[in-house]
Structure formats: C-alpha cells, structure tokens
Design a protein around this ligand. Structure first.
Ligand code: KIV
Length: 266
C-alpha cells in the first residue's frame, strides 16, 4: 500500500467508504496501528494524559509533541501521520501557528497537523494551508478549552450552539482545512455537518454518520485506567494482561523458576 494522502481521504468520503483513525505516540504501537491498516494516526496531545500521567492536555510542549511524532513517523509505512498542535503553540498568533505546524512536517515527518478551534483559528488555518501545511480542524469539545468549557462536556446540544457549530464547520472548510474532527456532539448534528461540508468529518463521540472515526488508542486497548469516556469502546484490556504477566514473572524469580537452563548460557 502507498502512503495515505489527503486526496485518498477525500476520495473515501466521495465513495462513502469509512475512514479509520487512531492515536499513537510510540514506536511499537504505531507499528501495530499501521500494520492493522488504519488510514491515519493522530499523534494527539492526549499523550500528556495517557502516557505522561498528567491531569489534562494543557501542559504538553511543542518539543514533546515533536519527540512523539518523530517516533511515530519512524514506525509507520502506510498511515498518514497527523501532528497535534498543543496548547499555546498557536493561540498567540498566526505566525506561531505556521512556525510550529511547519516543525511537525520539517522535523517530525508528519504530513499534516490538527488544530483545535473553528472561526477563531480560521486565519491560522488559511496561513498554514497557504504554507503547504495540510490542516485538520477540530470543533465541538476541544479539550484545550477545558477551563472555558468547565470540563469535558458534550457540545452543540441547543439549537443555537448547533447552528454555531455548523457555521464553524463551513468556516474551517472555507479556510482550507482538508478534514474536520468532531468531538462529543450529538449524532444528529454530526450528520448535518457531514452533509454540509465537502471535506471528510472524523468523529470521536459524534455518532455513526461521520465520514470516519477516531479513538484514543489507550482507551481502545485498555491502557488508560483513570476514566473511559461514554463514546470510547475498549476492545481489549492490555493492562490486565500485562499485570498478570508481570505478577507471574515476579513469582517465578522469587521461587527460582526463572531463569531456567533454557534462558541461560552454558
Ligand atoms: O489529542 C487527541 O488524542 C485528540 C483526539 C481527539 C484525536 O485530539
């Protein structure tokens, strides 16, 4: 398979074939996600919560995001790699956005970036796109706005806020975004937005009518224990499997069972 491009994603929307995305942050898991044939990997700022053990996504730095994105790019053959612009890497100015987004392509091997926000970042999206940096916009629940939103809450429940989100979707498309991530919004609204824009919509907690889906990998494989959002499906519990294996190892070492001759040199 050749490396996935933004044109391939657009084609999938036109042909009504679902787009698959997951997050990944390190080499072994990025290899597995790529081998499974997932279309795109978002190196999300969620790494701060699921890998770094932080309370929310605000503290992670550009350098840390570049570090993780580089590792993922090194592991991946076919999936598109999308770097996630962290908090305060773009809010202060359009120039910050272009420079920091450029780092994801120039230093970290990503093919695109993701930015949280709608109308307020339209200028940023336009400037990045003009600089040949493909941009995925992210509206609905935007975790970097946790303090303004008062927590991780479903957005767009009132007719007024739904209309605003539809307008934001149009604005980000007009600004040049190649794709639109919809997080934690009612499925009917996600359907309206998906029909309204010609770019692919990727949902997380936005129901089945989006052009594609994304989840946080550590939710899918059971490696994040603090909470599981209602919209996330855990397909396997690797934490339990790892815990079992490590307990057996400990017991075998303590009882002198490991290492046996098989694992020793003569
Ligand atoms: O940081 C993240 O993991 C995200 C997901 C919604 C893709 O933004």
């Amino acid at each position: 398979m050749a490396k996935m491009t933004i044109q391939d994603l657009l084609r999938k929307k036109m042909e009504r074939r679902k787009i698959t995305m997951l997050t990944a942050y390190d080499y072994p898991f990025a290899r597995i996600v790529d081998e499974a044939g997932i279309d795109a990997i978002i190196v999300g700022d969620s790494v701060s919560m699921v890998v770094q053990g932080l309370e929310n996504t605000l503290p992670i730095t550009m350098d840390e995001m570049i570090y993780h994105t580089k590792i993922v790019s090194r592991a991946v053959k076919d999936a598109m790699v999308i770097g996630d612009l962290p908090f305060m890497s773009y809010q202060a100015s359009v120039e910050d956005a272009v420079r920091n987004a450029g780092r994801f392509l120039k230093e970290a091997g990503a093919s695109a970036v993701k930015i949280e926000g709608g109308a307020e970042v339209a200028g940023h999206i336009r400037a990045m796109t003009r600089s040949d940096i493909p941009v995925m916009a992210h509206i609905g629940l935007t975790p970097q706005s946790i303090h303004r939103m008062g927590g991780y809450k479903v957005q767009g429940r009132t007719e007024e806020s739904a209309k605003r989100l539809i307008e934001e979707a149009r604005i980000t498309e007009d600004a040049g975004a190649f794709s639109l991530l919809l997080e934690a919004i009612p499925m009917g609204l996600a359907k309206r937005i998906t029909e309204e824009v010609s770019i692919p919509t990727i949902g997380i907690g936005a129901g089945p009518h989006c052009d594609g889906q994304v989840l946080v990998l550590h939710d899918v494989i059971g490696l994040f224990e603090r909470f599981l959002p209602k919209f996330a499906k855990r397909y396997v519990n690797l934490r339990d499997e790892a815990l079992k294996a490590i307990k057996i190892y400990k017991e075998e070492v303590e009882k002198g069972i490991f290492p046996s001759e098989e694992y020793s040199f003569k």
